[in-house]
Design a protein around this ligand. Structure first.
Ligand SMILES: NC(=O)CC[C@H](N)C(=O)O
Length: 231
């Protein structure tokens, strides 16, 4: 698989996600946000985490209008994979790749901690190495992860099974206490209707090595590479 990792001014997890992709067996190209086209033969576009444009205006709002986003939208419209992680999820929403928006955390504080998630379904290109309902332990680091959508959009996401992950406790209970940011229905990530676009606030790219926190994030990259089981 060929992946393009986009770097925006203020991206800071582009190197991390490139490492995770390479570990899973992907070929990785680095692409600057001001470029107007993607390298030939790209299967996956990654919008990485960070603080594009210092989170000014609204987080992701300026990056969502970068030159490369036209090519990214065209790639998604062709059914190509787009993975937006944290700031990348915010950018994907601002660019119209995914519905809804990420608001300031309900507690108005930046939250950096370990977090359990439920894997809502295991029949998608991003989750085939997980089990449905599996509880994974990853990390979060964001100030604006409070997922909001209008009631019709939320009902559609739920009705069409487009919620990818929810914030949960260690037992997999989706409770207000386990919700770090106030997201509606505990939503931590969502898919596009074709399951080719995934946006999520947690950082799977930082859970790929048992020496540094665990491997619960590896499955997402292994799934994309064709579903081999995470080691
Ligand atoms: N780690 C990140 O990507 C942070 C995302 C964003 N800048 C926020 O704080 O909400």
């Amino acid at each position: 698989m060929k992946a393009a990792v986009i770097t925006f001014p203020g991206s800071n997890r582009d190197g991390d996600v490139a490492k995770a992709l390479k570990q899973a067996g992907a070929h990785v190209a680095h692409v600057w946000h001001a470029d107007t086209s993607l390298p030939a033969g790209i299967d996956l576009v990654v919008l990485p985490g960070g603080f594009s444009y210092g989170d000014y205006l609204r987080t992701g709002a300026i990056a969502g209008r970068a030159n490369i986003m036209d090519a990214t939208r065209a790639h998604a419209a062709r059914g190509g994979y787009v993975l937006g992680i944290c700031n990348g999820f915010q950018i994907a929403c601002e660019a119209g790749l995914l519905p809804g928006i990420l608001m300031r955390n309900a507690g108005l504080k930046f939250v950096c901690r370990r977090q359990h998630l439920t894997v809502e379904r295991a029949d998608t290109p991003y989750t085939s190495t997980y089990a449905k309902g599996q509880v994974i332990n990853v990390c979060i680091a964001h100030g604006e992860g409070n997922y909001i959508a209008d009631p019709e959009t939320l009902a559609r996401l739920e009705g069409e099974g487009l919620v990818a992950f929810r914030y949960a406790d260690a037992q997999g209970n989706v409770t207000a206490d386990a919700n770090p940011n106030g997201s509606l229905n505990g939503i931590a990530g969502i898919y596009s209707p074709g399951f080719n676009v995934l946006g999520l606030m947690p950082h799977p790219e930082n859970l790929i090595d048992s020496l540094t926190g665990g491997t619960d994030g590896r499955g997402m990259f292994d799934s994309l590479m064709g579903g081999k089981k995470a080691a």
